[in-house]
Design a protein around this ligand. Sequence first.
Ligand SMILES: Cc1ncc(COP(=O)(O)O)c(C=O)c1O
Length: 386
Amino acid sequence: MTNTKPDTRPNNPQFSSGPCTKPSTWTLDALSDAALGRSHRAAVGKDKLLAAIETTRDVLNIPADYKIGIVPASDTGAVEMAMWNLLGARGVDMLSWESFGSGWVTDVVKQLKLDNVNHLHADYGQLPDLNTINFNNDVVFTWNGTTSGVRVPNGDFIPADRAGLTICDATSAAFAQDLPWDKLDVTTFSWQKVLGGEAAHGMIILSPRAVERLETYAPAWPLPKIFRLTKAGKLIDGIFKGATINTPSMLAVEDYLFALDWAKSVGGNAGLIKRADANLQVLADFVAKNDWIGFLADDADTVSNTSVCLKITDPRVAALDADAQAAFAKGLAKLLETEGVAYDIGSYRDAPAGLRIWTGGTVENSDLVALTPWLNWAFETQIATL
Ligand SMILES: Cc1ncc(COP(=O)(O)O)c(C=O)c1O
């Protein structure tokens, strides 16, 4: 059987799950108004930082009484800042179902060494039983598991009258999935994810209950300056008005402001969700038509519309040992990269062998449509070598 290359290539082969592709209208000119060479504490810098905060509120429909801060060290910085400041006041339920959630469990068990920890874990492809979470405890979870492509379907599992705080790593969900702010006490994300911005800075969003905890509880362990959100028992309010803890990159800020403007131009949060859903649909149709490939997520309600993780289900591949399966999947990604058709679509290093294709709103639907015949081409090319 001949396996000819498809005629059409994606215009943009960038399908990485982070840093994610920039909006198609982005050029370096987007950064020309950056406040470079100026103090971030001068009015010009502070205004831009405040605009980044308030435009985030506007696009994500974050309530007026929630605090939004720009913090160091991308999403990891924001999540660890939350855990180091807030945990220890009560027990904690830690949820994990893929690599990043598992990383937060390691933080809590091995670094913070908390003893009252309830760990709810599920394998790649599944969610832990959300009905068994103890919301009298604080609860730490990832909204969208980037390395398994499994997300929580909605916030219904979180009670309105919980006693503990919910701390949610939403880095691959914010700007693509509906986040119910009344159910989330701490939410974090990075600019480098769904909006295709730059890494380096994280966002931390605090509910009034999270602020109350910060002002009434002091953890037993030391907090480096880079993590400190309070001074003498009071929230450092300036952080949430653009007076960052330390020096931010004003180039990255400018880039984020561009991304937020672009987000507004495609219909804001609702428009972004629609774009991600339509992108996922292209891959769902592809999976339905081809029996060599399937979603890693077991339940259709939990399939991510940003980090779509796919496993190879063809029996000839399934019969191989684990190393050969991984080599097969890597070979597919390599072939597509060499063709300049898709970059960075191998599964995450700790995740099961397969492909991971980003479908957040900055990805153009037509590029995914153009990619799918190439997936079949790569599979046929590779299977012929077995
Ligand atoms: C769910 C999740 N949490 C945390 C991170 C780490 O993000 P960052 O490198 O922006 O700190 C990632 C990155 O892919 C992620 O997907």
